[in-house]
Design a protein around this ligand. Sequence first.
Ligand code: DGL
Length: 262
Amino acid sequence: MTIGVFDSGLGGLTIVATMRSQLPGANIIYIADTANAPYGEKTKEQILNYSIHITDYLVEHHHIDALVVACNTATSAAIIELRERYSNLIIVGTEPGLKPAISHSETKKVGVLATPATLEGEKYKALVAMLSNHYHVEVFEQPCPGLVQQIESGETTSDKTLSMLETWLSPMRDHNVDTIVLGCTHYPLVKESIQRVMRRSITFIDSAEGVTKRLIYLLSEKGHEFHGKTSLHLFSTGPIDTTMVETILGENFRVSVINSLN
Ligand code: DGL
């Protein structure tokens, strides 16, 4: 069972970390598209092109059984087209967990941090419209341009990162937000810094468990069994901070840089 996973960079590894522990026997191929990062500040067409290009590569060169789009931004821009193009492939996307956040929140004030492209995407807007009709909740949306670059360069707790977070989070702090959706797979890597800036106990909602559960369900449905050793191969299309890779995965991995996905 070979599973292809991609993101613009390190972020999707926060999902791989959970997948590895729950998918015995899986051969995971991860692509960090750092040459084109950050996705969140690109157009829908650009993100769609990157996503199709990577998926073609994973299908043709690695013969994947399933694809995990470990990126909220790429899911928003490309999941419909990817499902049309690869109708026989199991495809799992990543979306901001707004619904679980609303259930967890006691103050009914929920924050959503995501890339500009995710928050402007039709998928996210439709989700908010649907949930606002059903639940009495105040949603504080905050795009975080530049945060992915800080994380990619290992600056998860630097003064600059903390000051960016202070600007974005102070309205949430003032309005008693108690639950924050990490709507970008990079953002779990700055959870501690967010907690520090919020100065109160925060419930964080990320997508790693949900994506992994959905993947296991779809693979089981197709008759895949889960036993044996799990393997993980990491590729990146440009430079990547290997210290961050080790921090996320808890062990040292070699990352092969591929200059062309053709
Ligand atoms: N990690 C990605 C996400 O979940 C994209 C980050 C970016 O490249 O902007 O949205």
